[in-house]
Unconditional design. Sequence first.
Length: 364
Amino acid sequence: WLMSDNMHHQWLLLAACFWVIFMFMVASKFITLTFKDPDGYGAKQEPLILTAVTKVEEVHMPEEKHWPEEFQPTGKAFSGNLIRQPLVHMERLELLRNVCRDTALRDLSHTAVSKFVLDRIFVCDKHKILFCQTPKVGNTQWKKVLIVLNGAFSSIEEIPENIVHDHEKNGLPRLSSFSDSEIKKRLNLYFKFFIVRDPFERLISAFKDKFVHNPRFEPWYRHEIAPGIIRKYRKNRTETKGLQFEDFVRYLGDPNHRWLDVQFGDHIIHWVTYVELCAPCEITYSVIGHHETLEDDAPYILKAAGIDHLVSYPTIPPGITVYNKTKVERYFSGISKRDIRRLYARFEGDFKLFGYREPDFLLN
């Protein structure tokens, strides 16, 4: 009887061991199935993907858009590809939307989707891309990318420089060339992007390019626009030197600058605000690149647009995109605080919408 009882206990113990081993195997299999990523991204990335999905919905849900009736959007701006978008790009779009809602900045952040805006947006129908041109932010290179995608040339290296900005020969249609219904369709369905940089550094670049170095094929900046600004804004009328940055700042910061803008026509695109150029609070853009991080942003934009296997962004020279704080401070060092504050007041929307800090020399 004692032997029988001892064997009974041994069988119970053995059964218990088998039960523990079986439960461990089930638990192990459950953990593996739960955390295994079928696309091979790994378990650690899963929470990031879920967070991204949530943020995309927050950023892109259509809200009170102030569109003309013919431009009322009917769908989301971007597809599910955004679930892999780096957090920095989603934060930019979220910041943009929040500032667009700020009623105190409404006059500086909103503009009509006018022909002027539609003229700035270039179309690649083949790959469903819209690119809004913001001059002095490396746009020539992006236009080359679109020219190749549209099939006018087979590679960026083959594009003659004089063709890039010749809109009759470069094969880049503007959005304004389409009917209202076709415009609406493209704005709703296409991948849309543009590039920004520090607003004051961009103005310095525009001044240097158009009034100091002045390309030989653009004489009107030096011989027509510069004299018009000097006559209106130079304090010392006896000076005969060419346009100075101080004159340029006074013109741009003047609340009544528009009467000169009308005379200058489309040439003002090199220094008007990003808001006036691309209507970022009215058009739901897919991506906003920053010139200061273009080395990272350019490959991301190509991949997000689904064209990274077709074309590459031209090589960026070392240091070309770095914000030059010393240069900005030097250009503004001889200008009165009053004139700088008036200039900032005009471009405050650009600073706030795209996350650029108010310059230190305005805070001192």
